[in-house]
Structures are given as structure tokens and as C-alpha cells.
Design a binder for this molecule. Structure first.
Ligand code: XUL
Ligand code: CO
Length: 437
């Protein structure tokens, strides 16, 4: 394997006292926490699109980043070299998983047939690299948002011919994800929504989105792909309004169309904040509905209103994320995918390592903090006490549906005013702070 990252050797765990920026201070893959290794808790994954294909373009300027693997006599040769660079990077970083869109890994051809054959060629190469390195595919997906044919949506397009094209693309993406042994497949609907309701038949579009997902489920079963399907909520960007707005909107949609057993959620931190929620809220909502499947880890900038996709460094965010994951028994098929990009001015290949090491160490600290909160038990005890009334005979009667308004009125008349008890938010916050290291 030729070296596209010649300055970097395999990243090692050197412990909190190390001053080497190309080493882990907290992420120790084999270290066990609450009975499971760190590697198994996180199932870290690198995303192909930002890390290898993101070259710093923004709405105001051209690319600022030049990568050695892009120097090639043809787009297909560049795609092959990029795949080699990617596996060199995964191996040196020490992650177990990767993720891709079909069009990240192989160039779109001038026909669907040519695009499919480009993809087959690169997938064969990726399959070889997977077996050489032991690195696995966390999930695959299809890019149904970049090409102009999808400007008015993919499955929600007013034109059924575009729906057909999107179906063909997802069919192929499912086949190659299956071929690569993917643990999952993601649906992110960046163009499934509207710019103005004036030109939009919302009812038809929602029906078509659901029909599309039912067809995908049927095809998955037909080819025997056992990976988990995920839907990735995001309220807007690039489209003004996206139907998969947040976890609650996605759950309502899935329940309405009988899809709730076929998909779980891939929750992304910066999508949560765009929807006006915290990352923790979206994770917790998903967990309590048994819908938490996978995570796209990143962070936004509180001063900016858009999806900045920065690497996660906020220890409160990583601690609370890991607390929810621990309470939900962790990832089954999913993992922690860095859907994050280096800044436009970070045009050195080593910046990719600093970014991922920073993110992995932040989550390792989050995991240690969350485990500390669980072992300490004071927060759980306080919450238990706060709801203790519901464990009494009276509370249980309500929860079990044994009494109605008449009996409750009788109870209120007999017992007078309920006690008014502090919610103790500051105490909880202090206990959280005690755990953050
Ligand atoms: C876009 C986004 C996507 C999905 C996969 O904001 O998060 O990259 O993760 O299509
Ligand atoms: Co994402």
C-alpha cells in the first residue's frame, strides 16, 4: 500500500501525560469499561465524503485542499488511489469501520449503466482492502442529493421518472453494501422536502417517500441483506424544510406508514441543534422509543446557524451521549461515525489525524465520565426519588389504568394540596460537573 500519509505512523495510546498530538491520551481501544472494551462501546467509523472527498469548497470559494491521491490520469484511477489512501488512514488511525455514499467512492458515469460499472470496479477493490485490513463497513448509502436530476427531490420528486432513477440507485447501493458486508444502510433525505408549499403536494410526496422505503425493505429482504436500515433526521439544509425534521417527526412518519419495525435512527449532533434540540434530547427520545440505531458524531458552532460539521470536542455533549448509550445498552449494529470535516484552512493531510484523534479522545473521556455517573449512582438515585410517588400503590393504579377521573377527583378531594418539591436542577448540574474530566 503506497503511503499517502507518510508523516504518520500507527496512532498509539500514550496516556493522559503524553504531549504527542499524534497519540491518544484517553482512547485505549482494548481497555474495558463497564465490561466492554472502548472499541466495542464506540465502533468508531470514518466517513468517506468529508475525510477524503471534502476539499474545502464553500458557497463563496473554490477548493483549498489538494490531496496526493487525486493526482491521476483518470477519475477511475483517482478513485482507486483514494480507496487506498482511505484504508491507509483507517489502519493508521485504528478505527474498525468506515461509511460511504455510492458517488463518494466511484465517479458518476454518463449513464446509469456506466455509473454502476464504475461502482462495481471500486467495490471489488474496497472488498479486497477490507479483507487485507479487517476493517468493516458500518453503513452504505446513496447520494440522492448532488445531481441536478434530484434538485426537486428523489423519492418525493414531482416526476416519477426521477423516483425510478432514485430507486435504481438505491437498489444498486443496497447490493454493494451487502457485497461489502455492511452492518447497516442509511437514508438521509436532503432533498426530500420543499422550498415553497405553493408548488408542493405534501400529501403525495409523503406517500411516495413511504412507498420508496417499503420498496427498499422488500428489496433488502429479497437479496437477503441483514443490515439495519436507518433514517437520519435533519430539519433543513440544503432544503428549506425536510420531512425527516427530527426524531419525533420521523417516528410519526414511520408509525403512520407501518415502517417502525424496519428502520431505526441515525442521530447526528449538528442536525439535532439545527432542529432546535440538544444532541442529548434526540438521543434520549430515540432511546426511550427503542429507535436509537447509530450516531453521526460532530458539532455545530453556537454562533452560526448552519451545519458546520465540526469535529466533536465538547465534553458535556460526549458525556451525555455516552450516558444515553450506556443506559440503552450500547450500539448493536450501529456505531459512532465522524460525519465531520476539517476547516477550509486545514489543508495539511495531518490535520485529518488531529481532527479524528481529538474526536475519539473526547468520546473516550465522555465514556469514562458517563461510567463514573452510573457507578456513582447519585443522579439515578435522585431521579428515582423524584418519581417515587409513581411506585406507590396509588401511582401504580394510575400507571396500570386501574382508575379514572372520578376516582382521581375523589383522591384529590380527600388528600388536599400535593407537596411542592424542588426539581434541584443546580444539584444535578453540580453532580454532572463533578464527573467531567
Ligand atoms: C448531511 C449528512 C449526510 C448523511 C449521509 O448533513 O449528514 O452526510 O450522513 O447521507
Ligand atoms: Co450525517
Amino acid at each position: 500500500m503506497s503511503a499517502y500519509f507518510p508523516d504518520v505512523n500507527k496512532i498509539k495510546f500514550e496516556g493522559p501525560d503524553s504531549s504527542n498530538p499524534l497519540a491518544f491520551k484517553h482512547y485505549d481501544a482494548k481497555k474495558k469499561i463497564l465490561g466492554k472494551t472502548m472499541a466495542d462501546h464506540f465502533r468508531f467509523s470514518v466517513c468517506y465524503w468529508h475525510t477524503f472527498k471534502g476539499l474545502g469548497r464553500d458557497p463563496f470559494g473554490v477548493e483549498t485542499i489538494a490531496r496526493a491521491y487525486d493526482h491521476a490520469p483518470s477519475p477511475m484511477k483517482a478513485a482507486e488511489q483514494t480507496m487506498e489512501a482511505a484504508f491507509e488512514f483507517f489502519t493508521k488511525l485504528g478505527v474498525d469501520f468506515w461509511c460511504f455514499h455510492d458517488r463518494d467512492i466511484a465517479p458518476e458515469g454518463s449513464t446509469l449503466r456506466e455509473s454502476n460499472s464504475n461502482l462495481d470496479q471500486i467495490v471489488a477493490h474496497a472488498k479486497q482492502l477490507q479483507s487485507d485490513t479487517g476493517i468493516k463497513l458500518l453503513w452504505g448509502t446513496a447520494c440522492l442529493f448532488a445531481h441536478p436530476r434530484y434538485m426537486s427531490g428523489a423519492s418525493t420528486n414531482p416526476n416519477p421518472e426521477v423516483f425510478a432513477h432514485a430507486a435504481a440507485q438505491v437498489k444498486k447501493a443496497l447490493e454493494v453494501t451487502h457485497e461489502l458486508g455492511g452492518a447497516g444502510y442509511v437514508f438521509w433525505g436532503g432533498r426530500e422536502g420543499y422550498e415553497t408549499l405553493l408548488n408542493t403536494n405534501m400529501e403525495r410526496e409523503l406517500d411516495h417517500l413511504a412507498q420508496f422505503l417499503h420498496m427498499a425493505v422488500d428489496y433488502k429482504n429479497e437479496i437477503g441483506f441483514k443490515g439495519q436500515f436507518y433514517i437520519e433526521p435533519k430539519p433543513c439544509e440544503p432544503t428549506k424544510h425536510q420531512y425527516d425534521f427530527d426524531a419525533a417527526a420521523c417516528l410519526a412518519f414511520l408509525l403512520n406508514y407501518g415502517l417502525e419495525n424496519d428502520l431505526k435512527f441515525n442521530i447526528e449532533a449538528n442536525h439535532a441543534t439545527l432542529a432546535g434540540h440538544t444532541f442529548h434530547h434526540e438521543l434520549e427520545f430515540s432511546r426511550v422509543h427503542d429507535m436509537l440505531g447509530s450516531v453521526d458524531a460532530n458539532r455545530g458552532d453556537p454562533m452560526l446557524g448552519w451545519d458546520t460539521d465540526q469535529f466533536p470536542l465538547d465534553l458535556y455533549d460526549t458525556t451525555l451521549c455516552m450516558l444515553t448509550l450506556l443506559r440503552g445498552d450500547g450500539f448493536k449494529t450501529g456505531g459512532l461515525n465522524f460525519d465531520a470535516k476539517v476547516r477550509r484552512q486545514s489543508n495539511d493531510p495531518n490535520d485529518l489525524f488531529y481532527a479524528h484523534i481529538g474526536g475519539m479522545d473526547s468520546f473516550a473521556r465522555g465514556l469514562k465520565n458517563a461510567a463514573k455517573i452510573i457507578r456513582d449512582g447519585r443522579i439515578d438515585k435522585l431521579v428515582g426519588e423524584r418519581y417515587a410517588g409513581w411506585d406507590s400503590a396509588f401511582g401504580k393504579k394510575i400507571e396500570n389504568g386501574k382508575i379514572g377521573f372520578r376516582e382521581l377527583e375523589q383522591y384529590a378531594l380527600e388528600h388536599g394540596e400535593p407537596a411542592i418539591v424542588s426539581g434541584q436542577q443546580e444539584l444535578y448540574e453540580l453532580l454532572l460537573n463533578d464527573a467531567i474530566e
